[in-house]
Design a protein around this ligand. Structure first.
Ligand SMILES: Nc1ncnc2c1ncn2[C@@H]1O[C@H](COP(=O)(O)OP(=O)(O)OP(=O)(O)O)[C@@H](O)[C@H]1O
Ligand SMILES: [Mg+2]
Length: 228
């Protein structure tokens, strides 16, 4: 991956996508090969420091239910002993970035939010200390199609706005992977089938598996424009 790039990781359930993210974050060690961050082996780096530089939006949202939205977003700044004014202004800024009105949402609890709103808070929290790397593990998996498309547009906009951030975004949805990724890494059974730009993948699928996946896109199934 290159600095500032938006890479999506696509593959079926159980192919090892979450495992890849956990290895990049240092939560798991690879049994073979090595992970390089900024050209340096991960094993040589201080994991606490590294994770401060890496936001992580986990697969099951993972907001703390007993904390307000503001406290959830401000968690890492609080741990790093930022002063309170700075935390409040950062939380306000992030809520605006994810399109939630601060006055309305800051003091709510996660249970008082819809699934899509909770996911926005998860994204805001991952961005709190302005990390250069952000890992996303199927953040929109549980959302309805319209909310999902809206959040896809937003995350793309956020990547464009916050220049120089490297995003690694896991999904099992090929439409999402091709829409968001500047490059897409397609996995099957723990192996990389193809890692290329969306255009390259669509024009030159590297394997039968990639071709089969492409055949499931909405365009190719002929499901668009069907009159019923
Ligand atoms: N801690 C573990 N110990 C042993 N095997 C594991 C462990 N965690 C995951 N696995 C196995 O490793 C494989 C890959 O798991 P992983 O969670 O990376 O899949 P995934 O691609 O993220 O799937 P999903 O889309 O369902 O989240 C699966 O077969 C899973 O059962
Ligand atoms: Mg997973």
């Amino acid at each position: 991956m290159n600095a500032g790039e938006f890479v999506t990781v696509l593959g079926s359930s159980g192919c090892g996508k979450t495992t890849v993210l956990k290895m990049v974050n240092g939560l798991l060690s690879p049994t073979a090969g090595e992970i390089l961050i900024n050209s340096r082996p991960l094993v040589d780096q201080n994991l606490v420091q590294l994770r401060r530089h890496m936001g992580y939006v986990v697969q099951q949202i993972g907001l703390f239910p007993h904390m307000t939205v503001a406290k959830n977003i401000g968690l890492v700044p609080q741990m790093l002993n930022w002063n309170q004014d700075k935390i409040v202004s950062r939380v306000t800024e992030l809520l605006k970035l994810v399109q939630l009105e601060p006055a309305k949402y800051a003091d709510r609890y996660p249970s008082q939010l819809s699934g899509g709103q909770q996911q926005r808070i998860g994204v805001a929290r991952a961005l709190a200390v302005n990390p250069p790397y952000v890992l996303f593990d199927e953040p929109f998996g549980a959302l309805d199609a319209l909310t999902r498309i809206e959040l896809q547009k937003e995350i793309k906009h956020i990547h464009d706005t916050l220049k120089d951030k490297t995003f690694m975004f896991v999904t099992h949805d090929i439409n999402e992977a091709l829409f968001l990724g500047q490059r897409v890494m397609i996995m099957k059974d723990g192996q990389i089938e193809q890692f290329a730009t969306p255009e390259e993948i669509v024009q030159h699928p590297a394997t039968q598996f990639v071709s089969d996946l492409l055949a499931t896109t909405r365009q190719n199934q002929g499901l668009w424009g069907r009159s019923e």
